[in-house]
Write a protein that binds this ligand. Sequence first.
Ligand SMILES: Nc1ncnc2c1ncn2[C@@H]1O[C@H](COP(=O)(O)OP(=O)(O)OP(=O)(O)O)[C@@H](O)[C@H]1O
Length: 249
Amino acid sequence: MINITNLYKVFNPGRPNVVNAVNGVNLEIKTGEFLVIVGANGSGKTTMLDMVAGSVLPTTGSISIDDEDVTRLADYRRSKWIARVFQNPSSGTASDLSILDNFRLAAIRTKPKGLSIGVNDTFKNQVKEKISTLGLGLENKITQQMGTLSGGQRQALTLLMSVMDSCKVLLLDEPAAALDPRSADIVMRTADELIKDYRLTAILVTHSLKDAYNYGSRIIMMGEGQIQKDLEGESKQALKQNDLFAWFS
Ligand SMILES: Nc1ncnc2c1ncn2[C@@H]1O[C@H](COP(=O)(O)OP(=O)(O)OP(=O)(O)O)[C@@H](O)[C@H]1O
């Protein structure tokens, strides 16, 4: 469970270019919940995600994960709980390494430095089996360099890699925004399945109202650094795509 209490982020405080990016957010995200965040440009979505990830520190307020206060914990120390997928497909993978070596590194993401993992047949078969679930035929190309794959293929693999090691929280920062419609669908469906299969707590930031409508168990809309709408459960399911468009009109 993620608990966000009285969260504020002020950039450039006391200067003429001061920005109140996040402005008093309170949010409890239950284990296994798939939260979608929508909102206009500059409404504070990414800053919120950055604060959960630990790459931006809050000005005031607190964040806890499973009752552990992580408010001031550096991002690399949160990696035992959190995996993040960015908009840019190159961010989550090492271009020069093979698919298999990327998965090898992913499997020891949260382990102490210096630990390595042997690439035996059992591991190879595990990786192939996981990759085959994508239905992209990549299981037969595990020695191919990651850099030679398309953006969609890389994003789908990045998602799979995030559950190779312990991961409780999946942060999705417009993961399909740079992809063609078919690849975007594959990436979003893969994310949805992993969230359900591994009972991950997930936060998706998106400008795609189609994805916001199709995915997630809860949706919030941010405006001026605050939560302006919050629908979950049956209310989220009952939301029509047109209602969602109307939020932005
Ligand atoms: N490092 C920073 N320094 C100064 N201002 C920042 C910084 N990061 C974000 N901001 C400002 O904070 C506000 C919220 O930005 P944020 O990126 O969180 O919004 P967003 O809702 O994710 O927007 P978008 O949909 O365009 O990605 C914006 O006014 C932005 O310019």
